[in-house]
Ligand binder design. Structure first.
Ligand SMILES: Nc1ncnc2c1ncn2[C@@H]1O[C@H](COP(=O)(O)OP(=O)(O)O)[C@@H](O)[C@H]1O
Ligand SMILES: [Mg+2]
Length: 255
């Protein structure tokens, strides 16, 4: 998937604000790509454009061999799975029924799909809780349910907007390890916004960094070997080097 010269302009009263300014980048198939940048720089807008929820003001998106000028058409939505910071689960539906919702939205019927609900719950460690309601779940379990729901219709790409941002530090860390495993198991393409350097270095293969003006200013290859991405990643030399570099960049782009 590639993005060419994407601009997004919003009307604000009599003014226009340029949120994304000539953004070009690509996402490789099966890649785990992280996006970082200061608050308000347009990360969420970019993710919505990537998933066809919003259309760019200018620019084209190449997706599965087709160039789209006015954004990704709505009928392609089934190819994407979204996870947001707030889990967005329906409180009156059980965990199982929350996953079922995506099957209803995309009109996927049959035993195979019903079976897939349980497979996805198993993947996120919630196979024992299909009949529980969201208010009975911990924050981490709710996010896991959201992740399972984003996967249930078997999309090509998972788009995640600070999925662990509302969790406590320990749960956040646990879930980021789980995401890495999930990526290995599912082989899905992952595009994730995060504000944590450590999280990005743990899970990603590449990190793109935006500045306040809505431009991509850095692209970093994450050269930490996958074997080293475990509890002792903190003492990995490559990790230490990259964290120092990224901490510096993240500090600079706040200006
Ligand atoms: N639908 C919208 N209408 C007008 N302005 C918007 C809209 N969505 C986002 N914005 C503005 O675009 C800018 C970038 O927002 P966003 O993409 O949410 O940034 P980020 O996720 O990096 O914090 C903000 O100034 C925000 O107020
Ligand atoms: Mg945002």
């Amino acid at each position: 998937m590639s993005f060419k010269n994407i601009c997004k302009v919003f009307d604000k009263g009599n003014d226009e604000i340029v949120v994304l300014d000539d953004i070009s980048f690509f996402v490789r198939e099966k890649e785990y790509l992280c996006i970082m940048g200061p608050s308000g720089c347009g990360k969420s807008t970019l993710l919505k454009i990537a998933g066809g929820i919003e259309a760019p003001t200018l620019g084209t998106i190449e997706w599965k061999g087709t160039e789209y000028k006015n954004g990704i058409p709505k009928q392609q939505l089934k190819n994407f799975g979204f996870v947001f910071q707030q889990h967005n689960l329906l409180e009156w539906r059980t965990v199982y029924k929350n996953l079922h919702l995506n099957l209803e939205i995309f009109n996927l019927k049959g035993e195979e799909w019903e079976k897939r609900i349980m497979e996805m719950l198993k993947l996120v460690g919630l196979e024992a809780y299909p009949n529980i309601y969201p208010h009975e779940l911990s924050g981490g379990m709710r996010q896991r349910t959201g992740i399972a729901r984003a996967l249930v219709h078997n999309p090509d790409i998972l788009l995640m907007d600070q999925p662990f941002g509302a969790l406590d530090a320990i749960t956040r860390k646990t879930l980021s390890y789980e995401m890495l495993n999930l990526w290995k198991k599912t082989q899905k393409t992952m595009l994730m916004i995060t504000n944590s350097v450590e999280e990005a270095l743990l899970v990603s293969q590449r990190i793109i960094i935006m500045n306040k003006q809505g431009k991509i200013v850095y692209e970093i290859d994450n050269t930490i070997p996958v074997e080293a991405r475990n509890e002792s990643i903190g003492s990995n030399e490559e990790f230490i080097k990259l964290r120092k570099k990224l901490d510096g960049i993240v500090h600079d782009i706040q200006k």
